[in-house]
Write a protein that binds this ligand. Structure first.
Ligand code: SF4
Length: 450
């Protein structure tokens, strides 16, 4: 990894490109009526995916960047779940048939905050409205601190086969500074119990760049994680945006690692995971070689969606719940962000969509190019442009950022084929940004490139 490039590009605030264009470009021009029309036009052959957002946690982690709120009682969660079921009914009615589903993802927040019987009711409501295929991946984000045996049993009965466990760091000083105290023993017990219940896919989420975090503490955390042999790990840099996420003000900025230290931590974690037998997937995921995500990357089938890297190749993603984002062939839709606003919309009998984005031909072309760069660290512009009936030459010539990245050796161009250099892969978002026609204006909402 070249320090000169880290100094030049590392502080840039750029999108993570989990969509193109990114969410700050969504507008109210796409509303519930637009979404209803798009749902009605879903082609017959399409296999879809579902994302259900559960925006409640028992306690706020100071680093949190998710749409969530604190619920100390069960009642607000139950009331919300009732409206989530109503949204399932409204959307499926609008589609007009039982759509085949290949992926279901429960995210949050902490989905396992639900009462175990409520989770079974919710998954029952999904199965009544949609044709969840026997081969479907059903994934749940899990807070190991509050995972009960009864919930594990409900996950088993509900057919859950993948769990993402929030870990972040096992360093007690870091855990205190981020208001998330979670022992290794609790995490290990959760992973073992889930596997025994048949939830065979286990992901761990780690973060670097947290207050008091050091290379040594990152390596210790990786060592503890590797001992539990998760199939996948995601490793994100902490995004400090206190003007946007007010609880992040509780994090002392003078305890945050600077740019060079963040880079060292990121490299140290990646090196340790590779030595432990994991393959790096794209920018920030790691997987065992026989894991489906590693296989997809090798085959050039890796995709990117709002959860990050994915094996999900579905053309339609339906989002349910407050702030949930969906993707349809025509564009993106997003629900009312707050729980109160979401519940108000559903209680009023309408869809909860409040913004979105209708894709143009140029957006589709650039979106495909950006996705391939993020997934494969390179792209054959000629073949992507040919698929879209466009010429690659103007794209190559019009991007000053691309020309600069080529001159600095970040990118190698061979005709119309572009490859990110091995030692510059940490700058893949900067390379993707060279094809972003909407870049600028929303940088304070994005995280640093490193
Ligand atoms: S458990 Fe996850 S979603 Fe909830 S506050 Fe912590 S980081 Fe945010």
């Amino acid at each position: 990894m070249r320090p000169d490039l880290a100094a030049c590009y590392g502080e840039e605030r750029l999108p993570r490109y989990t969509s193109y264009p990114t969410a700050p470009h969504f507008s109210p021009a796409v509303d519930g009526d637009t979404y209803a029309g798009w749902l009605n036009a879903i082609p017959r052959h399409v296999k879809a995916s579902l994302y259900l957002h559960v925006p409640f946690c028992r306690q706020m982690c100071w680093y949190c960047g998710c749409h969530t709120q604190i619920a100390s009682r069960d009642e607000p969660v139950s009331a919300y779940l009732a409206l989530l079921c109503r949204e399932l009914e409204l959307v499926s009615r609008q589609i007009g048939r039982r759509l085949e589903i290949g992926h279901v993802h429960f995210g949050g927040g902490s989905p396992t905050i639900m009462r175990p019987e409520a989770f079974l009711e919710l998954i029952g409501a999904i199965r009544r409205r949609f044709e969840v295929l026997p081969s479907a991946e059903i994934a749940v984000e899990i807070d190991p601190r509050t995972l009960s045996p009864a919930m594990i049993e409900s996950l088993r009965r509900g057919g859950v086969n993948r769990a993402s466990l929030g870990v972040q760091s096992f360093d007690p000083a870091v855990q205190r500074a981020i208001n998330r105290v979670q022992s290794f023993e609790a995490t290990a017990a959760a992973a073992v119990a889930l596997r025994e219940a048949g939830v065979t896919g286990i992901n761990f989420d780690l973060i670097y760049g947290l207050p008091h975090q050091t290379v040594a503490s990152c390596l210790e955390t990786v060592g503890s994680c590797v001992a539990l042999r998760p199939d996948r790990l995601s490793v994100f840099g902490y995004a400090h945006v206190p003007s946007f996420k007010k609880h992040q003000r509780k994090i002392g900025e003078n305890h945050l690692p600077g740019g060079p230290e963040r880079l060292e931590q990121s490299c140290a974690i990646a090196g340790a995971l590779k030595r432990a037998g994991y393959l790096q997937i794209g920018l920030d995921h790691f997987a065992l070689p026989d894991d489906a995500m590693a296989v997809a990357q090798l085959a050039g089938r890796l995709r990117r969606n709002f959860q990050g890297y994915t094996t999900d190749t579905g053309e339609v993603l339906l989002g349910f719940g407050a702030s949930a984002i969906g993707r349809l062939p025509q564009g993106y839709v997003q629900n009312e962000t707050t729980v109160r606003g979401f519940c108000g919309k559903l209680a009023g009998g309408g869809l909860a969509t409040v913004r979105g984005y209708a894709l143009s031909r140029d957006d589709r072309l650039r979106g495909d190019i950006i996705e391939r760069i993020m997934c494969d660290f390179g792209v054959d512009l000629g073949s992507v442009c040919a698929r879209h009936g466009a010429a690659s030459e103007p794209l190559l010539k019009s991007s000053r950022r691309l020309q600069e990245l080529v001159s600095r050796g970040v990118v190698a161009l061979d005709g119309c084929s572009l490859a990110v250099s091995e030692d510059s892969r940490f700058l893949v978002r900067s390379v993707a940004a060279a094809f972003d026609a909407h870049l600028g204006g929303s940088s304070r909402l994005h995280s640093r490139a490193v």
